[in-house]
Design a protein around this ligand. Sequence first.
Ligand SMILES: Cc1cn([C@H]2C[C@H](O)[C@@H](COP(=O)(O)OP(=O)(O)O[C@H]3O[C@H](C)C(=O)[C@H](O)[C@H]3O)O2)c(=O)[nH]c1=O
Length: 182
Amino acid sequence: MKVEATDLPGVLLISPKVFADERGWFLETWRAERYSEHGIGPSFVQANASRSARGVLRGLHYQWPEPQGKLVWVSEGRVLDVAVDIRPHSPHFRRWTAMELDAESHQQLWIPEGFAHGFQVLSEQATFHYLCTRAYRGDCDASIAWNDPDIAVDWPLQPVELSAKDAAAPRLADLAPEHLPQ
Ligand SMILES: Cc1cn([C@H]2C[C@H](O)[C@@H](COP(=O)(O)OP(=O)(O)O[C@H]3O[C@H](C)C(=O)[C@H](O)[C@H]3O)O2)c(=O)[nH]c1=O
């Protein structure tokens, strides 16, 4: 596996080793002792999957308190995956990075606790997987507007298809400091 820094400190791009043969391919999507060497995890307690059509945008989401670190990848299709540093005291506060993840490259992104996460589907359909360092808490689930002008993520496809929750998400500037990761 190869682990590379992105242009947003803390967010890492992982390229698992793919074992291809005449049957198809095999790869490890996570192994504690290897991933934890890079500060990924180190442990995960919940695995999620979602499937969405082209143009769907899920995000920007985070959990606070009980923040979640996420290891994410795609098993079908292609998405633009986005992470945003939403820690008010971070020197990179409000900065975002984006990476195309697809089922051909098998690449993964590590989004640490304290970051908001979202993705938009670029292919007809995409199946998205993620491991979380903490369990989901509905009462700690939080969103930031996908089109927050103070973050200004350059989403590729318009119109976007959003959940009602995401369509009503507040701007970062409208969130009280106690509602953001410290
Ligand atoms: C996240 C989650 C949701 N749910 C329930 C709550 C809702 O009734 C339903 C759909 O939830 P939601 O609309 O928040 O799902 P997404 O919009 O895909 O949100 C996720 O996608 C973005 C990109 C993320 O990074 C977050 O991890 C996560 O918030 O599943 C659960 O039961 N467990 C869970 O862990």
